[in-house]
Design a protein around this ligand. Structure first.
Ligand code: AGP
Length: 613
């Protein structure tokens, strides 16, 4: 997704902007640019990496203490210099950077062209700059911020905006509708950004803009109001994020760091929320709505990507531990199919970023229909976390790598705790069972640690053998069917190898036709109650010369015998096994991608948070 940064203060604006844009690179982008005020508006932008922009600015330094910057993830108009942001109005006096999509930009652009305006780019964003200028220059006695507000009222779509005007060189105008925007409050300096990562090294005091709000920001003040000009007093939040959390800490990639952080992130997710000696769980964020959950006819879970995979694990968890029927939906499908949901239903949305457009839309659709909407998010202050009726944070720490790893395991931990708590409240799980479950749950971080310590090297070697395999098949059963999907997605998205996940029993219904000596088949054979069936599936693959890589428990000689390669992992309670079986799959996809020279943290075409449809 696009990234926005802004700065006013005593430092070199271009230095702060470049550093901030680098912090946002993980969001995925194809071009970058800055506009700095130095008596007049100076703009530098182009296709390519932030480092290219940095080199350009080193050659042609832009002095100034106020500016805005942008990393573009193309939605309208190909990635090239002219389509990169900032976009200037015709006079060159107004500069705009934008994250989001203007749905009615062609109509607006046509009207502006009819009024004699000429355009440089194919983007929707340039329309914003031109529309503001058209209103500002053709209306008598109008303030610039009123011109912005009138322009925004004509816009249909989503935006996070930072705007400069050469005629008001001491301030930045920001506005938000559907794309996140934060204001960082420093000591005689102010920061603007799409998320906290460009801000955290300067200040931990932030104000989150909400939809329909704008702000006028100067070096030592800010005024927030609605686009209907109603002044607002916003709460100043303290950022929980720390600087080292967004650094690589010596790892070659954020993804590897985040894979190895999982013993701690899983522990952090549980911290202060369970007492294994008493067999009790306390999820403060949903305490007030637990009665609704107990009475709920069903729980619908909506999410995207990896979060949809953890939702599938959640389905098995809620139905086994709490006997509550669950339906899992792709958020993008749910929102458009006139869903049958209402009073008495619960929609649970899962989102690491808390900004995924489809998931946010599903939340709003269900809320509109009267359902109780709960959330599982990793980013405090994210839109989804602020629009749900209640929720649970995963506390996994910032996940920078585009491929989600620690967020997945943290989401599964939250789902386990929710399902256990619900089962206990419904009288299905007694204290003895709760103690057994929670005691084992407390052991999971050390079991993940064990896998990372004992399997990393073997997986690195195995990755070398399969680096150039054209396809992969991942098979799992029960709780590990979603893990098969997740393992396939991890490989696809960072190594660009085609991979599919399947329920193992589905092999006979088609995929088995794909099996030959060229097909690596990753089999997740760590679920006790389906082990015999899994062995039959492995035999079917072997009979067709498939190359079997098994993720298995130490005490499974039959699977080991049948496998060309195996990764042994500690055993655990079936319903907790996704927390362990996913670890080797994360490592396998990582090492294959590194061997293939792929950009692991910022895979091509991908963004960390898909805030557009
Ligand atoms: C997962 O590795 C991908 N980066 C992607 O599928 C991601 O899970 C999906 O876009 C959902 O993101 P969210 O959890 O932030 O909503």
């Amino acid at each position: 997704m696009c990234g926005i940064v802004g700065y006013i203060g005593e430092r070199s604006a271009s230095d702060v902007l470049i550093k901030g844009l680098k912090r946002l690179e993980y969001r995925g982008y194809d071009s970058a640019g800055v506009a700095v005020m130095n008596g007049k508006m100076l703009c530098s932008k182009g296709k390519g990496k932030v480092s290219n922009l940095e080199k350009t600015l080193k050659k042609n330094k832009i002095e100034g203490f106020l500016g805005i910057g942008h990393t573009r993830w193309a939605t309208h108009g190909e990635p090239n210099d002219v389509n990169s942001h900032p976009h200037l109005s015709e006079s060159g006096k107004i500069a705009v950077v934008h994250n989001g999509i203007i749905e009615n930009y062609t109509t607006l652009k046509k009207n502006l062209i009819e009024r004699g305006r000429t355009f440089q780019s194919q983007t929707d964003t340039e329309v914003i700059a031109q529309l503001i200028e058209e209103i500002y220059t053709t209306s008598a006695d109008i303030t610039f911020d009123r011109a912005i507000r009138l322009a925004l009222k004509q816009i249909v779509g989503t935006y996070g905006l930072a705007i400069l005007n050469s005629e008001t060189p001491d301030r930045i105008f920001i506005a938000r509708k559907g794309s996140p925007l934060l204001l960082g409050i420093g000591d005689n300096e102010m920061f603007v950004a799409s998320d906290a990562s460009p801000i955290v090294e300067y200040t931990n005091k932030v104000v989150y803009l909400d939809d329909g709000e704008m702000a006028i920001v100067t070096q030592d003040s800010y005024r927030v109001k609605t686009i209907d000009d109603f002044p607002l007093t916003k709460e100043v939040h303290e950022l929980a994020m720390s600087l080292d959390a967004i650094e690589k800490a010596g790892y070659p990639h954020f993804m590897l760091k985040e894979i190895f952080e999982q013993p701690r992130s899983v522990a952090d997710c549980m911290r202060g929320r369970l007492n294994h000696e008493e067999g009790t769980i306390l999820l403060g964020g949903i305490e007030d709505v637990m009665d609704h959950l107990v009475k709920a006819r069903r729980i619908v879970i909506a999410a995207c990507g990896t979060s949809w995979h953890s939702a599938l694990v959640g389905e098995y968890l809620f139905e086994q531990l709490a006997k509550t029927p669950v339906e899992v939906e792709y958020a993008s499908e749910f929102r458009y199919r006139d869903p049958l949901i209402g009073e008495g239903d619960v929609l649970l949305v899962i989102s690491q970023s808390g900004e995924t457009a489809d998931t946010l839309a599903a939340l709003r659709e269900a809320k509109k229909r009267g359902a109780l909407v709960l959330g599982i998010c990793n980013v405090v202050g994210s839109t989804i976390s602020r629009e749900t009726d209640a929720g649970v944070f995963t506390h996994a720490g910032p996940e920078i790598g585009v491929a989600s790893t620690k967020a997945f395991t943290a989401q599964v931990v939250v789902l386990i705790m929710m399902a256990l708590e619900l089962g206990e409240r419904k009288g299905i799980l007694g204290q003895k069972e709760m103690k057994r479950y929670l005691t084992e749950l407390m052991r999971i971080p050390s079991k993940i640690e064990y896998i990372l310590e004992h399997s990393d090297e073997a997986i690195q070697k195995m990755a070398g053998l399969f680096t150039y395999a054209p396809n992969f098949l991942y098979l799992g059963r029960s709780f590990n069917f979603p893990v098969a999907l997740e393992g396939a997605l991890k490989l696809k998205e960072i190594s660009y190898i085609h991979a599919e996940g399947y329920p193992a029993a589905e092999m006979k219904h088609g995929p088995i036709a794909l099996i030959d000596e060229m097909m690596p088949v990753v089999v997740i054979a760590a679920t006790d109650h389906t082990n015999d069936k899994m062995i039959s599936n492995i035999q079917e693959v072997k009979a067709r010369k498939g190359r079997i890589i098994s993720i298995m428990n130490d005490d499974n000689p039959e699977v080991k015998e049948l496998s060309e390669f195996h990764i042994s992992i500690p055993s655990t309670i079936d319903c907790f096994s996704p927390l362990l079986t996913v670890i080797p799959l994360q490592l396998l996809s990582y090492y294959i991608a590194v061997n293939r020279g792929c950009n692991v943290d910022q895979p091509r075409n991908l963004a960390k948070s898909v805030t557009v449809e």
